[in-house]
Design a protein around this ligand. Structure first.
Ligand SMILES: NC(=O)c1ccc[n+]([C@@H]2O[C@H](COP(=O)([O-])OP(=O)(O)OC[C@H]3O[C@@H](n4cnc5c(N)ncnc54)[C@H](OP(=O)(O)O)[C@@H]3O)[C@@H](O)[C@H]2O)c1
Length: 284
């Protein structure tokens, strides 16, 4: 059995679907009891467990051989993941596939890299088998702006440089392979899409797909942070997001990793296809 934490989330939801399509036995975990029914309707077990509730985490891990561990970007995420790793170890879980971020390592200079590295090291020390999925910027983040793009025909670029956006479904597919295939223990999988796009490139793709003239407007770090905080993000997490974006103009988020195709034997999903699939979200 594979327990999937964050099963209603951006990577967890497609992961549950992929695992079920592969015929795996899955237990999906949500913090919201009201979401259990919809998860069960997918054809898996489902339980409610909060990352702060050790007893519920123990039940979520009970009988599981492997787990997928992801939390939202949150100030408490290291503590939450430590709780799950402890519960997994106590329950006899063998292998944890941990979602972190590209560049996470003990040498990381950026806040997110340091936070994720702390959990990676904790998992390594736990004695459990581990695989790290370390993605770059999600294509799904573009949907945060969908209403504004549809209304104002403007893409607000808070990155300011080329970024190798990845479709979260590719992260899920690599995680599914790591959870069901052999030879993935002890691997750190840096994950990107197949091409790096600037803000102007993003606006061009949006324009071509929607048939509307969508312009790119730079968004200052202060305005970007304010928008994230207004959207409910914690101040320190928004600051870490802005810090991450600050390396984009130097080209540091533009590197292309071949891991998706190496692991899956097919190319990574393209940004243009993602926009085309979500075209309706970007038009009024
Ligand atoms: N977005 C990016 O561009 C990007 C890039 C690189 C790395 N990352 C990393 O990826 C991770 C986020 O991945 P994601 O987008 O798949 O996650 P997500 O969708 O933000 O969150 C996963 C799920 O966690 C559940 N959750 C929230 N609070 C909980 C709690 N207290 N107890 C139990 N479950 C709880 C939520 O589901 P319920 O409401 O159903 O409980 C949510 O659906 C972060 O670590 C982030 O740093 C993100």
């Amino acid at each position: 059995m594979i327990t999937v934490f964050g099963a209603t989330g951006t990577t967890g939801a497609p992961l549950v679907d992929t695992l079920l399509a592969k015929g795996a036995t899955v237990r999906a975990v949500t913090s919201g009891p009201a979401k259990v029914g919809a998860l069960k309707a997918k054809g898996c077990e489902a339980v409610a467990a909060d990352f702060t509730d050790p007893a519920a985490l123990a039940q979520a891990c009970d009988g599981a051989d492997k787990i997928y561990l992801v939390t939202p970007a949150h100030l408490d995420m290291r503590h939450w993941k430590a709780n799950v790793i402890e519960a997994a170890k106590a329950a006899g879980v063998r292998h944890v596939v941990l979602a972190t971020g590209l560049g996470a390592s003990p040498k990381a200079g950026l806040t997110f890299g340091k936070w994720h590295s702390e959990t990676q090291e904790l998992l390594k020390q736990s004695g459990l088998d581990w695989t790290f999925v370390q993605p770059t910027y999600f294509m799904q983040n573009l949907l945060w702006q969908a209403v504004n793009i549809a209304k104002d025909a403007v893409y607000y670029d808070d990155l300011g440089g080329p970024v190798a956006w990845i479709d979260a479904r590719d992260i899920a597919d690599v995680a599914a392979e790591a959870l069901t295939g052999a030879g993935h223990a002890g691997k750190g999988y840096g994950l990107t899409g197949p091409e790096a796009l600037t803000g102007e490139d993003v606006a061009t793709v949006l324009s071509e797909v929607t048939g509307r003239a969508i312009t790119c407007a730079p968004l200052s770090p202060d305005d970007a942070k304010a928008a994230m905080v207004a959207g409910g993000m914690q101040d320190e997490v928004a600051a870490a997001m802005v810090e991450l974006a600050s390396i984009a103009p130097k080209g540091y988020l533009a590197g292309i990793e071949t891991t998706v195709s190496d692991v899956l034997g097919r190319p990574a999903r393209r940004f243009r296809d993602f926009v085309a699939e979500h075209r309706d979200a970007f038009v009024e």
